[in-house]
Design a protein around this ligand. Structure first.
Ligand SMILES: [Zn+2]
Length: 236
C-alpha cells in the first residue's frame, strides 16, 4: 500500500498542476474572447453610423426631389403668367409663385442641414475606422501572444497527462474510484498531507491513534473530518 500512497500523492500533484494549467488556459481563452468582443463592438458601432448616414442620404434625396418639383411648379406658373388676362388671376398665380419660393428656401435649408450632418457623420466614421484599424492590429498582436501562451500551456498539460497515465496504471481501480470521487467532492484535492498531528486539507486535528497508523502507512487512511486520503511524508 505504501507504493500506492506514494503514487496517489504523485497523481494528486500532477492533477493539481493540470488543474492550474487548465485554469490558466481558460483565463487566456477568456481574454481572447474579450478581445474579439471589443472588435465586434467597434465594427457594430461603425455599421450603425453607416446606417445613420444611409438614412440621412435617403432623407436628403426626398428633399431634393421635392425641391425639383417646386422648381418645376414655379417654371409652370411663370409661363402661365403670360397668358393671364385678369388682375384676380394674376394675383392668384403670383401667390402660388411666392409660396413655392418660400417652400424652396425652406427645402434648401433642410438639405443644407442634412449635408452638414452627413459630413459630420462621414468624419466620425473615418475616425472610427482608423481607430478600428489600430485596434485590429493591437488585438492581432495580443491574440498571437495569447495563442503562444496557450500552446505552451497545452504542451505542459500534455506532458502531465502522459505522466498521469503512467501513474494511474499502477493504481488499483478501486483506489482510483475513491480518488476521483473525492476530487469531485473536495474541490480537486483528494490526497493531503498529515502534518504535526493535523490534516492539511481541513486543518483539523487528527486522533493520535490514526496518526500512529499513518506512520505504518499500510492502508489508505482518510481524515475523519474531510474524508480526504491522508499521507505522511517521511522522507524529505
Ligand atoms: Zn481533513
Amino acid at each position: 500500500m505504501r507504493n500506492n500512497l506514494k503514487a496517489l500523492y504523485e497523481l494528486q500533484e500532477i492533477d493539481l498542476r493540470i488543474d492550474g494549467l487548465d485554469g490558466e488556459k481558460g483565463q487566456l481563452l477568456g481574454e481572447a474572447q474579450a478581445l474579439e468582443a471589443r472588435l465586434i463592438e467597434a465594427r457594430e458601432k461603425i455599421a450603425a453610423r453607416r446606417e445613420e448616414a444611409a438614412a440621412l442620404e435617403a432623407e436628403k434625396g426626398t428633399l431634393e426631389a421635392n425641391l425639383a418639383s417646386e422648381n418645376e411648379n414655379i417654371t409652370r406658373s411663370e409661363s402661365h403668367l403670360k397668358e393671364i388676362k385678369t388682375q384676380k388671376e394674376y394675383q392668384a398665380v403670383s401667390k402660388e409663385i411666392s409660396g413655392a419660393k418660400k417652400l424652396i428656401a425652406e427645402l434648401e435649408d433642410q438639405i443644407l442641414t442634412k449635408i452638414n450632418a452627413l459630413e459630420e457623420l462621414s468624419g466620425d466614421v473615418a475616425q472610427k475606422e482608423a481607430d478600428l484599424a489600430q485596434l485590429e492590429q493591437n488585438v492581432a498582436e495580443q491574440q498571437g501572444e495569447v495563442q503562444r501562451r496557450v500552446q505552451s500551456l497545452e504542451a505542459g498539460i500534455a506532458t502531465d497527462a502522459a505522466a498521469r497515465e503512467l501513474t494511474v496504471k499502477g493504481l488499483p481501480a478501486s483506489v482510483m474510484k475513491r480518488y476521483d470521487r473525492l476530487r469531485d467532492q473536495r474541490k480537486g484535492v483528494a490526497v493531503v498531507e498529515a502534518k504535526e498531528g493535523n490534516c492539511m486539507g481541513c486543518n483539523m486535528h487528527l486522533p493520535p491513534q490514526l496518526y500512529n497508523m499513518l506512520f505504518r502507512a499500510d492502508d489508505v487512511i482518510t481524515c475523519p473530518h474531510c474524508q480526504r486520503i491522508l499521507i505522511m511524508k517521511l522522507e524529505g
